[in-house]
Design a protein around this ligand. Structure first.
Ligand SMILES: O=C(O)c1ccccc1NCC(=O)[C@H](O)[C@H](O)COP(=O)(O)O
Length: 251
């Protein structure tokens, strides 16, 4: 059972068990973050679709592992027009690492999101990034404190939600960048209707990111019409030529 009392998929239970065990950093980080809202506004002004392209070597719902140098993948995504990058740092189920994130952030000049399953404040201190993911469902009542702790270190927190209740909790915690995840972490099923259902409930001044399940230009258009300020895309970009895939979705 998780904070909301619902059953989680076995893969997600395993992800959370290892996330709880992972140590925090020894020294508090202080980040001089690249602004994500400004990057989104610049992409919009250039007439392109703001996409956060995800360096996701593998996942519980993907076959195989992409072994390419993550820095090369990241450079290709930026060359393809990515507004920002998301880098998995979860090692056991996604093939990520904090070292990859560090190298990527040094190699590119766009904002970089640390994509992980952060469970406590000390885990924020493991590595610097511009944005940090906080998943409302998993951190439960610690969300307001973690949002504050992230901002105190200079991070821009991206708070991920999947239900109306989680959206309410995210807004109450002061989140101004909210990711609506189309993937239900209970069953790992994807439904783009999730974003369409929840987006109208968010205030205008909240920057909304449509996460997961965007595969085609039609999907991207659908999410933008439903109010997405940006799209977070992993699998569809990682599958094949990442530069071409990014170019296609950012047009
Ligand atoms: O992607 C998975 O298989 C997954 C499994 C269990 C927990 C989380 C998972 N994904 C995390 C994500 O949020 C996605 O990587 C991200 O939104 C991109 O999704 P997609 O474009 O569908 O790869």
């Amino acid at each position: 059972m998780n904070a909301s009392g619902d059953e989680l998929a076995p893969d997600v239970r395993a992800i959370l068990e290892s996330a709880r065990e992972r140590p925090g950093g020894e020294t508090r980080v202080s980040v001089d973050a690249r602004s994500f809202p400004e990057a989104v506004a610049e992409t919009e002004a250039a007439g392109r679709v703001p996409v956060i392209a995800e360096v996701k070597p593998t996942s519980p719902t993907t076959a195989g592992v992409r072994e390419d140098d993550p820095v090369e993948l990241a450079r290709e995504m930026v060359a393809g027009g990515a507004t920002a990058l998301s880098v998995l740092t979860e090692p056991e189920h996604f093939g990520g690492s904090t070292e990859s994130l560090q190298r990527i952030r040094e190699a590119v000049d766009v904002p970089v999101l640390r994509k992980d399953f952060i469970m406590n404040e000390a885990q924020l201190d493991v590595v610097e990034s511009d944005l940090v993911l906080l998943i409302a469902r998993f951190v439960g009542e610690d969300l307001p404190d973690l949002v504050e702790a992230a901002r105190d270190r200079g991070f821009q927190p991206l708070v991920e939600v999947h239900t109306r209740e989680e959206l309410t909790a995210a807004l109450a915690a002061g989140a101004d960048i909210v990711g609506i995840n189309n993937r239900d972490l209970g069953r790992l099923e994807v439904d783009l209707g999730t974003f369409e259902e929840l987006a109208p409930e968010a205030p205008e001044d909240v920057l909304l990111v449509a996460e997961s399940g965007v595969k085609t230009v039609e999907d991207a258009r659908r999410m933008r019409e439903a109010g997405a300020d940006a799209l977070l895309v992993g699998t569809a970009i990682m599958d094949g030529d990442v530069r071409q895939n990014t170019e296609t979705l950012t047009q």
